[in-house]
Design a protein around this ligand. Structure first.
Ligand SMILES: *Cc1c(COP(=O)(O)O)cnc(C)c1O
Length: 388
């Protein structure tokens, strides 16, 4: 292991990986730095977001929900309206443009629940890139429909039997592939986690969320929000939703974790997956297996920048239980006609609590990270039991 000083957020982040991988990541960091300062690259990114993803998406005033709480005005940033139904596509497009620019012919990615695999396969289809998705054997069984989606999109899904056959093992397999094939292969990582430069890069591409919401709220309300609320799995939708507000001292930034996987609220500093963050460890010091009803929030660690925002006190991090998220899932559906992803329902649940504590002239922006279609079957089974 060699430790790089780059990509540190306070004591968190960095790059704790073997030397051969460190070199590959060093090249990636340099290429990203050049790309993000190239106006032609940024223009292409914006154009694809407009034409393919459907940005910009609206900032919707949730009138019924707000009036019911008799408190703050709640706005929803509609990442659920993006092509493929969530924020993940923003990052997939950004990284695939970088892959193309670096001359890669092949993309590899990891996926847990399958959402990032689908976003990556979508972007690869669009750019004619060969695509291999590593997925734990165990996860493939639970997410058979997402495996089929990726295959429809032309991707090869590789089953990973090593370890527990879960997300962590898929990450290891994808990194192994990268080290072996780095000359023509690009690793498209799905959240604001991992060794440098991934957290910085993913934040950059997801920052389009707060770039838009800040402009939109100024147009609609003529002032900045009191708080921005987002759910936190690895932390990519949240860091994108917070990015343009971090230096606005009067705007509260609030990340919502599942009470069943509270990395920030109860975690300790440790190195996992090649970077340092607040994480949940078991008695033996290994990443603790977690379970959230929202598959996308089921990660024992958390992005390094969130770890630092928590430690410095700039960010507030709270927990919401699966039951509270489920109640919010139903409430938003009934009051606003929007079925949210179970992940996003965690953010909604907290925004409702917060709205009650605030005044009528306060504004809350909730990042609605994804739509709930993918979760309807699961909620149905939770309500009525598994059907024959
Ligand atoms: C994957 C996912 C998340 C969690 O990932 P982050 O990197 O923390 O944003 C949240 N919401 C939805 C809809 C997702 O698909």
């Amino acid at each position: 292991m060699i430790m790089s000083e780059k990509g540190l957020f306070g004591q968190f982040g960095g790059s704790y990986v073997p030397e051969d991988l460190q070199k590959v990541l060093g090249v990636l960091a340099n290429e990203f730095e050049k790309a993000k300062n190239d106006p032609a690259f940024i223009q292409e990114f914006k154009d694809v977001l407009t034409e393919f993803v459907g940005r910009e998406n609206p900032l919707t005033y949730a009138k019924n929900l707000s009036e019911q709480q008799e408190g703050a005005r709640i706005y929803l940033k509609r990442e659920d309206l993006n092509h493929t139904g969530a924020h993940k596509i923003n990052n997939a497009i950004g990284q695939i443009l970088l892959a193309k620019r670096m001359g890669a012919k092949r993309v590899v990615a990891e996926t847990g629940a399958g959402q990032h695999g689908v976003a990556t396969a979508t972007a690869c289809a669009m750019f004619g890139m060969d695509c291999t998705i590593y997925m734990g054997k165990h996860d493939m069984k639970r997410q058979a429909l997402n495996v089929f989606r990726m295959e429809l999109l032309g991707a090869k899904v590789e089953s990973v039997a090593a370890g527990q056959g879960r997300l962590k093992d898929a990450v290891d397999a994808a990194l192994g592939d990268l080290v072996e094939n780095y000359q023509h292969t690009f690793y498209l990582l799905g959240s604001a986690v991992g060794p440098h430069p991934f957290p910085t890069m993913v934040k950059f591409f997801q920052s389009v969320i707060s770039e838009e919401s800040k402009r939109q709220i100024m147009e609609k309300e003529g002032k900045l929000p009191t708080a921005v609320v987002a759910c936190v799995g690895g932390g990519s939708n949240a860091i994108g939703a917070f990015a343009h507000y971090i230096n606005e001292e009067n705007v509260r930034i609030i990340g919502v974790e599942p009470a069943e996987a509270p990395s920030l609220t109860e975690g300790v500093p440790a190195v996992i997956h090649g970077f340092k963050c607040l994480t949940l460890l078991d008695e033996e010091g290994n990443p603790k297996p977690t379970y959230s009803i929202a598959a996308g929030l089921d990660y024992p660690g958390i992005g390094p920048e969130h770890s630092n925002l928590k430690e410095s006190g700039r960010g507030e991090y709270v927990t919401i239980t699966g039951q509270e998220a489920l109640d919010a899932f139903k409430l938003l559906s009934e009051t606003e006609g929007i079925i949210p992803a179970l992940e996003s329902a965690h953010a909604i649940a907290h925004a409702i609590k917060l709205a009650k504590e605030l005044d009528k002239d306060d504004i809350i922006i909730v990042n609605l990270s994804g739509r709930g279609d993918k979760d309807v079957q699961q909620v149905f089974e939770m309500e009525y039991g598994e059907q024959e």
